[in-house]
Design a protein around this ligand. Structure first.
Ligand code: CA
Ligand code: CA
Length: 77
């Protein structure tokens, strides 16, 4: 379980190039953080997460996309 605030800081840490989006590559660059995302979303692979929740097709997820994934898994507190 995570709060929106915890998710936001996790998202910011994953967004290493600070473009406001988290790409598959950025997820692979931070395996420790990706593991937390997997636990919160129930989706084990970065590709799968981006495939399912990328709302505009640029192969990156926004914070809103991530939030939807965590909400769907009922892990947003
Ligand atoms: Ca980024
Ligand atoms: Ca996107």
């Amino acid at each position: 379980m995570a709060t929106e605030q915890e998710l936001q800081s996790l998202f910011n840490e994953l967004d290493t190039d600070r473009d406001g989006k988290v790409s598959i590559n950025e997820l692979f660059l931070s395996p420790g953080l990706s593991a937390i995302i997997s636990a919160e979303t129930g989706i084990t692979s970065p590709q799968e997460l981006v495939l399912q929740y990328d709302s505009d097709g640029d192969r990156s997820i926004t914070f809103e996309d991530l939030k939807r994934a965590v909400e769907k898994a009922n892990n947003l507190t």
